[in-house]
Design a protein around this ligand. Structure first.
Ligand SMILES: C[S@@+](CC[C@H](N)C(=O)[O-])C[C@H]1O[C@@H](n2cnc3c(N)ncnc32)[C@H](O)[C@@H]1O
Length: 361
């Protein structure tokens, strides 16, 4: 066991490995990367190194499983164009808000105007919303929601609304990712080591996140390269027609049975009335049948991407492939595995290894 561990350490690509101390939270969540929580994203610094090693400024990179848009945001910062796709409507909304170019004065005027007009209101609410919010928090969220369509930058306000809705759910402080049942009374909080109460208001979150969003969008505007563009497609990456050629792929696919990418933002689907394409999401379940479907699905996504790549283009896949599914996936996608880079991920919560598979079209 010890020898295996040593062997793993000796293979590590140090330029791709950071400890939490070396790369503090502030750096990993800089500007728009932290516009809204998203479980299962990779860190922008990893994308930065990969783009620097395998692509050049001015080229266009594709991320077919674009998630919260880390590849695309970093591409714009590194001087590349980018295209992303995702099957989850909330992820697409979030990416578009991160990547849009804003007139900063209009955006600020609209955000401040919406906050000034904010009042609790009654409105249509699904059973989920009635169950997961205190009546007062729900009225505050619905009041904000009613104002949103009036603004040019409505989507930025929708992301603020979703973020406030996430924080205002009736949950414990230590179970925000996938809470199972609403917490309606006081509880012993493991995170704060005292008795805490579930949140009963949303307005303070709306105000705080609206201002934070403004600051983050402004900070990104200062570092994004001029003249570079990013676009985002909503749909199943097995079938999308990207309608252009790419110079490379940087992506991290979902992994079987780990994260349900629609469910983690359930509150946003309910509040914003977004389309749920959960049936098409890859990686749900880990039974034998689910694994077969996963291999078929990811191979189809990568094959579709390959058809839009110039010959020899790099395809960089970040994955902790504990089941060794990727040799077959790459083979079926018609991609040639060139190298496997090992990355050491050292977090306060624990350490693990993941690979960057370097394949070629
Ligand atoms: C590991 S996450 C990607 C995270 C991304 N690297 C980031 O930093 O935000 C995988 C993503 O694949 C998406 N996905 C799952 N099945 C898909 C499909 N059939 N077509 C397109 N995207 C899909 C999920 O919605 C999820 O956002």
């Amino acid at each position: 066991m010890a020898r295996t561990q040593d062997a793993l350490y000796s293979e590590i690509d140090l330029e791709l490995s950071w400890s939490e101390q070396e790369l503090p939270q502030r750096e990993r969540t800089k500007h728009v990367h932290a516009l809204h929580p998203y479980l299962g994203k990779f860190i922008p610094q990893l994308v930065e190194v990969l783009l620097g090693r395998y692509l050049r400024p001015g080229q266009r990179v594709l991320d077919p499983f674009a998630g919260s848009g880390t590849t695309l945001v970093q591409a714009l910062e590194s001087g590349l164009d980018a295209t992303g796709s995702d099957v989850a409507a909330f992820n697409v909304l979030l990416m578009r808000v991160k990547l849009a170019e804003y007139n900063p004065f209009t955006l600020e005027r609209e955000v401040r105007d919406a906050l000034a007009r904010l009042e609790p209101a009654e409105g249509e609410a699904t059973p989920y919303l009635r169950r997961w919010y205190s009546p007062q928090a729900l009225r505050e969220l619905l009041g904000f929601r009613a104002l949103v369509p009036e603004y040019e930058h409505a989507d930025a306000l929708r992301v603020v609304l979703a973020r406030a809705a996430r924080s205002a759910r009736l949950t414990t402080h230590f179970d925000l990712d996938f809470p199972r049942a609403p917490q309606t009374g006081p509880y012993w909080c493991h995170k704060h080591r005292r008795e805490c109460r579930p949140v009963e208001r949303a307005e303070h979150f709306l105000r705080r996140y609206a201002l934070d969003t403004l600051a983050r969008i402004r900070a990104f505007a200062r570092v994004r390269a001029r003249g570079r563009t990013a676009d985002v497609l909503h749909g199943d990456a097995r079938e999308l027609d990207y309608r252009r050629r790419f110079d490379g792929v940087v992506t991290s696919p979902p992994y079987p049975g780990l994260i349900d990418y629609h469910e983690q933002h359930r509150y946003a689907y309910e509040l914003l009335g977004l389309d749920d394409l959960g049936e098409l999401e890859l990686g749900r379940g880990s039974s034998r049948r689910a694994l077969d479907a996963y291999v078929d699905g990811v191979a189809a996504v990568l094959r579709n991407a390959r058809e839009h790549l110039r010959p020899g283009a790099p395809v960089l896949i970040v994955v902790a492939d504990r089941r060794d599914l990727y040799p077959e996936i790459l083979d079926r996608a018609g991609l040639r595995l060139e190298e496997r880079l090992r990355r050491h991920v050292n977090r306060r919560a624990g350490e693990f290894f993941e690979d960057v598979l370097v394949a070629r079209a």
